[in-house]
Design a protein. Structure first.
Length: 397
């Protein structure tokens, strides 16, 4: 057996590789430079062009571009409506922003557990958490794989709830031939550099209902309208506008929009390379008894944003931290997605306690996100596989 780098052996590779990374080419750069030389750095035509492109790509009648994925969630929750004390059910296995969006609108996040095989929110657990105060559900397409939308839709219909899909991981995925972005009442995207396509910072919401779209458009720009049809005191004075509700400045700039338009041209390319790498990982790891892979839904076609391995700690002589460190010494840097949201001290201060979602907590102890991004070379993929074999075989019981 080869000596692990952490024990003084030679690392699998000499340069570090991280769990995610953006891909920017000359077309992206040219696209941004063109905007820098144009008349509009913000509030210009690139935003509308971007929204048209998103609508087309995800098959949705309405799209709103915003500053980031967190604003997208906040805007979606505002658009669909939430009053103080309303409850919204969501997953703890997500970035804190998903639940924070509920708090921003004075709602109460209620955490339902995840499925042990897909790691997505469990419909069965949701049913147990519904109360007369429940107003909606925010599902997350963890790693890019769509949640169980058939089950979620029937729950929403039965209890008259709205459904937000946090698709920060899932642009390019589909569920039963429906594109992610056309499934829920509102779908939110993030374009942070670790996500599948990027604008540096950026986000968007898609929806199919015009009044909700109008509310979200107002919310993005302070609640201000220049549309006479929406005004309380209509006036055609050229300087006149009205603030109708309390919104924010959640705008994306044209510089960012130009980058994202160019990135979206490569979405199919990125998706197929991501799928290819994920397939190689699955084939390589399927027979290892030291890890378990996320179950793939038959009815979904996923563009994987993350590749998560679940360590079978009972078959290992090492902790997850020791495995993480051993892989890092081989120059393979993993990450962990996610710390259950209610573990955070802020949520503790609101009265949330541990133990409420045992499956999510169990997974949190065992998962590692291994490198996955389209720029990985075949050699990079091979190095990751080699390092995982090297480390897990060394620590196998
Ligand atoms: C990245 C992410 C967000 C937040 O997006 P930002 O653009 O970083 O604000 C929300 N939810 C999930 C699941 C994410 O991965």
């Amino acid at each position: 057996m080869e000596k692990l780098a952490i024990l003084g052996g030679t690392p699998v590779r000499n340069t570090p590789i991280y769990y995610g990374r953006q891909m920017i080419d000359q077309k992206d750069i040219d696209s941004v430079v063109e905007i820098l030389k144009s008349d509009f750095l913000t509030c210009g035509p690139a935003i509308q062009a971007l929204e048209e492109k998103i609508k087309h790509i995800v098959d949705s009648p309405y799209a709103v571009a915003v500053s980031n994925g967190t604003d997208a969630l906040h805007t979606a929750v505002f658009g669909l409506g939430l009053s103080e004390g309303d409850e919204v059910i969501t997953t703890p296995l997500t970035f804190a922003a998903t639940a924070n969006a509920i708090l921003y609108q004075d709602g109460i996040p209620v955490f339902a557990d995840v499925c042990a095989d897909t790691y997505n929110i469990s419909a069965e657990s949701i049913r147990k958490k519904i109360t007369p105060q429940t107003k909606g559900i925010i599902a997350v397409d963890y790693t890019g794989q769509p949640a169980d939308y058939n089950a979620l839709h029937s729950i929403c219909e039965e209890f008259n709830l709205w459904l937000v899909e946090d698709a920060a991981h899932a642009i390019g995925s589909s569920y039963e031939d429906k594109k992610v972005g056309s499934i829920a009442d509102a779908t939110t995207f993030s374009f942070h550099p670790v996500k599948t396509v990027t604008s540096g910072e950026g986000g968007a919401i898609t929806c199919r209902d015009e009044p909700i779209y109008e509310r979200m458009m107002l919310f993005r720009t302070h609640g201000i309208t220049r549309n006479m049809k929406q005004m309380k005191h209509p006036s055609d004075d050229p300087w006149y506008y009205e603030q109708l509700l309390l919104g924010y400045n959640d705008r994306l700039s044209d510089i960012q929009a130009a980058l994202l338009i160019s990135q979206l041209d490569k979405l199919d390319l990125f998706s197929s390379r991501r799928r290819e790498i994920a397939t190689q990982y699955r084939q390589a790891f399927q027979n290892l008894n030291t890890l378990t892979l996320q179950t793939e839904l038959i009815m979904a076609k996923t563009t994987p944003h993350l590749f998560v391995i679940q360590l079978n700690l009972e078959n290992l002589r090492a902790t997850r931290r020791e495995i993480y460190d051993a892989l890092a010494a081989e120059n393979i840097y993993c990450n962990v997605h996610y710390i259950p949201v209610y573990y955070h001290p802020y949520y503790e201060s609101l009265g949330y306690t541990r133990g409420q979602c045992p499956t999510a907590e169990y997974l949190y102890e065992r998962v590692l996100s291994i490198p996955l991004y389209p720029m990985m070379t075949d050699q990079d993929v091979e190095d990751v596989i080699t390092a995982i074999y090297k480390v897990l075989c060394y620590y196998r019981k």
